[in-house]
Design a protein around this ligand. Structure first.
Ligand SMILES: [Zn+2]
Length: 51
């Protein structure tokens, strides 16, 4: 297949299919957008983030 209309979610290990216009499934799309917001705002060393 030259170009599949729906690709799998680019998140490592995620078996779901990516939503249209995104490289991730709906779940990880939201997650990545959240992450991107954090990255663009910069990490705060003083904030206790448990991941
Ligand atoms: Zn996913």
């Amino acid at each position: 297949m030259p170009y599949a209309p729906q690709r799998g979610c680019q998140f490592e290990g995620c078996p779901k299919r990516a939503v249209t216009g995104s490289a991730y499934c709906a779940e990880h799309k939201a997650l990545m957008e959240k992450h991107y917001e954090q990255f663009s705002r910069g990490y705060k060393a003083n904030e206790s983030h448990i991941t």
